[in-house]
Ligand binder design. Structure first.
Ligand SMILES: C[S@@+](CC[C@H](N)C(=O)[O-])C[C@H]1O[C@@H](n2cnc3c(N)ncnc32)[C@H](O)[C@@H]1O
Length: 174
């Protein structure tokens, strides 16, 4: 959700060729950036996506709504737009009203990865996860866990001296 330039999706697709991935990005420049990363240097004008990677170039919510129950093993929400003003909080993907929809599309035991460098979103995420019963959500890590390829936005946050937090919430089995 919000794949940006797609570095993370591409790295995951390459690291796990047997696993299907969908990169969702609504902003056309992000999609262009992902597609340009696929063109071999000095090479052809276009190159195919890795066979296990699909692009959804529209609102991620429309895709989530269309997915069947329990179809995802992992869902990545990396450095989402923070919508820092309280009156915009309903647009956040991490939201009490949206959690059941996220849980619906995940397998039991499926993982929802969330990263944010924004203090307001960090605090909000901690509060929302503490108040819900759909996911087991241990406290976040303050360093990128192994197996989480870096993203462009994360690099910018680190360069600016911000400290990202990384949550791995697991959908409860029961
Ligand atoms: C702060 S950027 C982070 C991008 C990337 N995950 C990274 O870490 O570099 C957030 C991205 O989410 C995208 N986005 C925001 N709302 C979206 C939505 N509803 N559906 C799909 N993409 C969305 C934005 O266009 C933007 O590229």
């Amino acid at each position: 959700m919000g794949a940006g330039g797609g570095e993370h999706a591409l790295a995951q697709a390459r690291a796990h060729p047997g696993v299907g991935l969908i990169a969702c990005e609504v902003y056309v420049n992000g999609i262009c950036s992902l597609l340009s990363a696929l063109v071999p240097e000095g090479g052809e004008a276009s190159a195919p996506l890795p066979p296990n990677l699909r692009l959804w170039d529209a609102d991620a919510r429309d895709l989530i709504r269309a997915l069947p129950d329990g179809c995802l093993e992992r869902l990545f929400l990396l450095f989402p737009d923070p919508w820092p003003k309280a009156r915009h909080a309903k647009r956040r993907f991490v939201h009490p009203a949206y959690l059941p929809e996220i849980a619906r599309v995940l397998h039991k035991g499926g993982e929802w990865r969330i990263a944010s460098d924004d203090p307001t979103y960090q605090e909000w995420t901690a509060e929302v996860l503490a108040a819900q019963t759909l996911f087991d959500a241990p406290p976040p890590a303050d360093a990128r866990p192994e197996g989480w390829p870096p993203t462009r936005y994360e690099a910018k946050a680190l360069a600016a001296g911000r400290t990202p937090l990384y949550w791995a919430a697991r959908k409860k089995q029961g």
